[in-house]
Design a protein around this ligand. Structure first.
Ligand code: GLY
Length: 387
């Protein structure tokens, strides 16, 4: 066994040990971040299924269920396995209530239902979970703007018309559409996913391989208007988590479609990231905001590492080795300097940042944990497809 594999197996052991208590404390919740005592909050306690994008509709609500399914897959203990399964099923049961509403649901149904409904269907063959995932896919497909060839992000924000907005994060949501086409043998979903990816490839990825966060189109004519900084530092900067969504997302689009340009684009974004990553492997919140006052984002680190691992499986020789070893170095930096494996606290990955200009820095975020665990599982040869 290689030294990296031995290291990844040891990290897996630490995760398996910690998560037994974390599951027990959080059964029946939909957590996002932890409080000052290191304990999870609960987005399901604000049962706003019909209102704004919070409570049950909060976009990260699928990741706790996703973590539980990852634990279910790898837990060596039969009793724990069954507990992970029942907690994960409970997440989907709560989350599925959002599909009774329209207002407040958004493009992030992919992030919500891929790690929950699709994983439940894949791992248990549950037809009800499949139906829920297909409903979510139809909601996502319904957000496609034909004139611009993009999936609309978010809903109306008071005082701001967002009908023409698309975001780089959505490169992950479209995996729900690739899945729906495969499962129904109906090409419509994949056609929409690829049309969106083509638009993003044309308007979001800059010549240097970096990506913008938000692109604005005229929703009536489809004309591209401008970009917005979104969660990044500025309109000309490179929000690191967005680079992760682009790198990993285009790799996934390539895997689902085999369209070569998606692979080339994923490599261009990856090479840009590699050119910006320092030898500490600590990832800043924005790659183009240099110097004093920069903040870090461990969540971006997890997404970028996951993308690089996946990209290393479809690239050749030296390139593949570079992508894989960079991913391992990023994950090792988190393991050594940022991760918390104590059973007293709920989250693993610390040092996350919600957005460059938010006041939520140095926090935990459930999707950092999800992508960290997923990456470690990939390095230890867990084979179940996630996205
Ligand atoms: N908007 C998705 C993210 O925070 O990464």
């Amino acid at each position: 066994m290689s030294a990296d594999k031995i290291w990844a197996e040891a990290v897996k052991e630490k995760i398996l040990n910690k998560m037994v208590c974390v599951r027990e404390r959080n059964h029946g919740k939909l957590p996002y971040t932890t409080d000052l005592n290191g304990r999870y909050d609960d987005k399901s306690d604000k049962k706003i299924a019909y209102g704004p994008d919070d409570g049950l509709n909060w976009w990260t609500n699928g990741f706790w269920g996703g973590i539980l399914w990852l634990m279910y897959e790898e837990s060596p203990n039969k009793a724990d396995k069954s507990l992970y399964k029942s907690s994960a099923r409970m997440c989907l049961q709560m989350l599925s209530a959002t599909l009774d509403s329209y207002t407040g649901l958004h493009h992030d149904v992919g992030f919500m239902f891929m790690p929950t409904a699709v994983m439940q269907y894949r791992l248990t063959g549950d037809d009800r979970a499949k139906d829920i995932a297909l409903h979510a896919a139809n909601i996502l497909a319904g957000r496609f703007n034909i004139a611009g060839g993009f999936i609309r992000a978010w809903n109306d924000i008071p005082g701001c018309d967002t009908k023409g907005w698309a975001i780089i994060d959505c490169m992950f949501n479209i995996t729900l559409l690739y899945w729906a086409s495969k499962i129904t043998d109906d090409p419509r979903y994949k056609q929409i996913a690829m049309a969106h990816a083509d638009t993003v490839m044309e308007h979001f990825i800059r010549a240097d391989g970096s990506s913008i966060h938000i692109g604005e189109f005229n929703p009536y004519t489809g004309e591209y208007i401008c970009n917005h900084a979104g969660q990044g530092y500025s309109t000309s900067s490179a929000w690191s988590r967005g680079q992760g969504w682009a790198l990993y997302g285009f790799t996934l689009s390539y895997l689902h479609s085999k369209k070569e340009e998606y692979l080339t684009t994923a490599c261009r974004v990856a090479d840009y990231c590699l050119s910006q990553i320092s030898d500490t492997y600590i990832i800043p919140s924005d790659f183009k905001k240099k110097g004093e006052g920069n903040i870090e984002d461990s969540c971006a680190a997890c997404v970028i590492a996951g993308g690089l691992i996946e990209l290393s499986t479809v690239t050749k020789n030296g390139k593949s080795q570079t992508y894989l070893s960079t991913a391992v170095n990023i994950l090792k930096a988190l393991d050594e300097n940022r991760n918390d494996y104590s059973e007293k606290t709920d989250a693993i990955v610390t040092g996350c940042s919600a957005a460059y200009h938010s006041n939520q820095h140095n926090i935990t975020m459930n999707y950092a944990d999800y992508f960290f665990i997923e990456a470690i599982w990939k390095l230890t040869d867990t084979t179940t497809e996630t996205w």
